[in-house]
Write a protein that binds this ligand. Structure first.
Ligand code: SF4
Ligand code: FES
Length: 257
């Protein structure tokens, strides 16, 4: 990492230093890259005053709105639902909107960089096309045969429970971009696509399980998984990703799901 340049809003920092202020000064060390300006990556330090109970997303907003409007990152819901602000914070994949400053050892610079394994377009924004292509490839929708039903498709609570965990995915890519197999060649479907295949393979109303297993039994499918558990550690929704992948592997062998 090259020596970071420091940017700050001095007036805001002075106000935060006053005796009655509950704000602390933190340094965000952000990996900047703008291919329209330079092919080089630059690490820049931003010193900002912030309430430690605020989130990394709030800190990024302060930088963008008060110091450097060119900083580029994705976010939408700001409440852990849309999955658009996954990034590497202090070397770990997290959602910026769910990560509190106080939980990050704010006495030291907080490093922020894009998720790995996907092409960086600008600053913290990566090209998500390969990720969503893998998602589309596993057909993440209900597949049924025969005539249109005349009433809703019923399901027992036990059958629903079978895939409850994998319904929680918000497609943030934290798992896939934490996976060393995905970093290596980017051809592997990746944990998130398998999680979303699992959600339908084990749905008692779905009849496309065989097709999905055929796709995931491919050379770039589930057998590439090396069970490192990085995906499970990274998932901000607490999904047992590695377990879901293991269940799909088992279904491929037994053809029971
Ligand atoms: S499984 Fe978890 S980490 Fe992976 S995309 Fe879904 S929510 Fe994100
Ligand atoms: S902004 Fe939507 S999950 Fe963080």
């Amino acid at each position: 990492m090259s020596t970071p340049t420091i940017h700050q809003n001095s007036a805001a920092l002075d106000a935060a230093d006053s005796a009655e202020s509950h704000l602390i000064t933190v340094t965000l060390r952000i990996r900047r890259f703008n291919p329209e300006v330079s092919a080089e990556v630059e690490w820049i330090d931003y010193r900002i005053p912030i309430d430690p109970k605020e989130r990394v997303l709030d800190a990024l907003h302060k930088v963008k709105w008060e110091i450097d409007g060119t900083l580029t990152f994705r976010r939408s819901c700001a409440h852990g639902v849309c999955g658009s602000d996954a990034m590497r914070i202090n070397g770990k994949n997290r959602l910026a909107c769910k990560t509190l400053i106080k939980d990050l050892n704010p006495d030291k610079p907080i490093t922020i960089e894009p998720i790995k394994g996907l092409t960086v377009l600008k600053d913290l924004v990566v090209d998500m096309d390969p990720f969503f292509q893998a998602y589309r490839d596993v057909m993440p929708f209900l597949i049924t045969k025969g005539n249109e039903p005349t009433r809703e498709r019923l399901q027992s609570a036990e059958d629903r429970e079978r895939f409850d965990d994998t319904t929680k995915c918000i497609l943030c890519a934290a798992c896939t971009s934490a996976c060393p197999v995905f970093w290596n060649d980017g051809q592997y479907f990746g944990p998130a696509a398998i999680v979303n295949a699992h959600r339908f393979i084990f749905d008692s109303r779905d009849e496309g399980g065989e097709q999905r297993l055929e796709i995931l039994g491919d050379k770039d499918g589930v057998w590439r998984c090396r069970t490192t558990f990085n995906c499970t550690d990274a998932c901000p929704r607490g999904i047992e990703v590695t377990k879901a992948i293991a269940e799909v592997k088992r279904a491929l062998i037994t053809r029971r799901f």
